[in-house]
Design a protein around this ligand. Structure first.
Ligand code: FEO
Ligand code: CA
Ligand code: CA
Ligand code: CA
Length: 577
């Protein structure tokens, strides 16, 4: 055991300055080491990484591209769990140039082959990797039967109210219960029963929509989610990603939260439809005093909404009856009123405007068309909800709103500044401290930007300047780790900072210190520690997006590669102290 730091003393490190260097920087007294880059062999025949030179079958046995949300599951109780665990991480998307050639040069679309599509699909999804801390404190991949790749072609199932719905049926799956694969896995969540939740965010861009594919109703749904674009050229060779009049439902089979049991490599991942269908950014789970699970999940697009799901009963009682707590409950969408109060509005068929007369046929229909149902309820349009987290020491919920520069932005008290190029963090306390409550009190935690003296509306001290908050995690002591994805002050690299909400200045601005600076043209996303908080894992995504990076420069390879960074304190102490 260790003494829990006093709230005022949560942050003990000397902050690092903004950086434009192509290397990871952490405070004096800390060490950062790259680990598990894209292409690391983890299963099967453990094929060696060759930039642009691996087959699709080999990529399926290697860590995928574009690391994002992540969790560490200890494999032992007690101290051993800090040295041996499962690291589970998302692979949000692919850079097809680096993937297919190992260079920044994109091959001609006319030459695209099925093998190239399969390679791309194999670089998507999730990696489950058993890791051990060995000699000299170095972490290494174990050749474990638990290591697994989940990809855009892995067999899955649907559960919850929309499973089997007419809108989820295809010729290949006439029952609408056996989807294939997961894509654009951004943030994540973890359940108290030891499973991992991965979120399907910008699934819409993987499809090509043929002219005349849609009825008017289908067209309204498709346009609200922006389906189309064939961004990764999958539609060139894989008919599943071509939307036609006879096959218009495949896009409806994405945009879900997917539950994975990392401890059973033979388990089938499950798309939990009760959590709604949006561009999910995170599925942060909090357990109420009565044992109900609450899942906070944002929909990351301009003017879209914030949601939470509340299970119908305690997770223990539901599971004891063989039910999933993620299948039975109520999905709500948030309304942030200008007076600082808030309301959770239920997305329940037959209630309020969600009736047959208004075109909502049943609960499955409400869930497949979550965005349209939430609009009908009058939810508050937000500046791109990204990650949420609950400070375990106070119950306060924090949510990053990354930015909104759209001319369509709707300004409101919860989303001030039009345009809002720097983003902000909102927070709320659920009524009575009960996370299942349907009302809350909110305020703005901070407005990001170039600092108070810049005149851009930022509430930050100048030395703490940052923009585009995205990744967010309150650690067990209540440090709020903030990660960025987008424009930074002075054009600096993306970064990670720590905020101490328990120590504020006279203007109620929290203490903030910059902890890590990323490499050129990356984002910093995904953060977790071992249970003892002495090893931290941080993901660096898309280094060299647009060029300029050779990071992590492992094994003599100069192709930029997403990777996990392991951060330790040289004195073996808790990260952040
Ligand atoms: Fe994948 Fe919303 O960041
Ligand atoms: Ca990203
Ligand atoms: Ca994100
Ligand atoms: Ca983002």
């Amino acid at each position: 055991g260790r003494a829990v730091p006093r709230a005022a003393d949560l942050l003990g490190f000397t902050p690092v300055p903004l950086s434009t260097a192509d290397e990871i920087r952490v405070p004096v007294g800390y060490t950062a080491t790259a680990f598990l880059p894209w292409g690391t062999p983890i299963t099967g025949s453990f094929p060696q990484f060759v930039p642009g030179g691996n087959t699709a079958a080999e990529q399926e046995q290697q860590v995928g591209m574009h690391h994002d949300g992540m969790h560490y599951f200890p494999l032992e109780r007690g101290p051993g769990g800090n040295e041996r665990g499962l690291l589970v991480l998302n692979h949000e998307y692919t850079d097809e140039a680096y993937l297919q050639t190992g260079t920044a040069t994109m091959p001609p679309a006319a030459d695209w082959t099925l093998e190239m599509v399969r390679r791309s699909q194999a670089a998507h999804g999730v990696s489950v990797v058993e890791i051990h801390r060995g000699e000299g404190g170095r972490w290494a991949v174990a050749r474990s039967r638990l290591n697994r790749r989940i990809t855009a072609t892995t067999p899955m199932s649907f559960a919850g109210p929309a499973a089997g719905h007419a809108l989820l049926r295809t010729t290949a799956d006439p029952d609408g219960i056996r989807p294939l694969g997961t894509v654009n896995n951004c943030s994540h969540g973890v359940t108290p029963w030891g499973t991992y939740l991965t979120c399907e965010e910008n699934f819409n861009g993987y499809f090509r929509v043929e002219p005349g594919a849609y009825s008017p109703e289908q067209a309204a749904l498709s346009s609200r989610y922006g389906v189309g674009g064939d961004r990764n050229l999958w539609a060139t060779n894989d008919e599943r990603f071509v939307v036609t009049p006879d096959e218009a439902n495949e896009p409806n089979r994405f945009g879900w939260v997917v539950e994975i049991d990392p401890f059973d490599p033979g388990s089938t991942p499950v798309k939990r439809t009760a959590l709604g269908r949006v561009k999910h950014e995170g599925a942060f789970v909090h357990v109420t005093k009565g044992g109900r699970v609450v899942v906070y999940t944002g929909d990351d697009q301009v003017n879209e909404y914030m949601y939470k799901f509340v299970s119908s009963g305690s997770w223990q009682s539901l599971r004891a009856r063989g039910r999933s707590p993620l299948d039975e409950g109520t999905l709500y969408v948030a309304r942030f009123d200008d007076d600082g109060s808030g309301h959770w509005l239920p997305l329940v068929h037959g209630q309020g405007p969600l009736t047959e007369a208004n075109g909502f046929t049943d609960q499955g229909d409400v869930l497949v068309r979550t965005r349209l149902a939430a609009s009908a309820l009058g939810a508050t349009r937000m500046d791109r909800p990204e990650w949420a987290t609950v400070d375990p020491t106070t119950g306060m919920v924090y949510l990053t709103l990354t930015n909104n520069t759209s001319s369509a932005k709707v300004e409101n008290a919860a989303n001030p500044r039009k345009p809002n190029p720097w983003g902000h963090i909102i927070r709320w306390q659920e009524a009575g401290g009960d996370h299942a409550a349907t009302t809350f009190e909110w305020d703005l935690f901070l407005l990001a930007g170039q600092g108070r003296s810049s005149g851009d509306g930022s509430t930050l001290a100048d030395e703490d300047a940052f923009g585009s908050p995205d990744g967010l995690w309150a650690d067990p002591d209540g440090r709020v780790w903030i990660q960025t994805d987008g424009t930074q002050p002075t054009g600096a690299n993306d970064q990670m900072l720590a905020a101490n909400p328990h120590r504020t200045d006279a203007a109620d601005v929290p203490e903030i210190r910059r902890f890590l600076t990323g490499v050129v043209n990356c984002e910093v996303t995904g953060v977790v520690t071992t249970p003892d908080q002495r090893t931290m894992f941080v993901n660096i995504q898309h280094p060299g997006d647009g060029g300029g990076s050779t990071w992590p420069r492992l094994d003599g390879i100069s192709t930029p590669r997403s990777a996990t960074v392991i951060v330790t304190k040289d004195d073996g102490g808790v990260i952040g102290t």
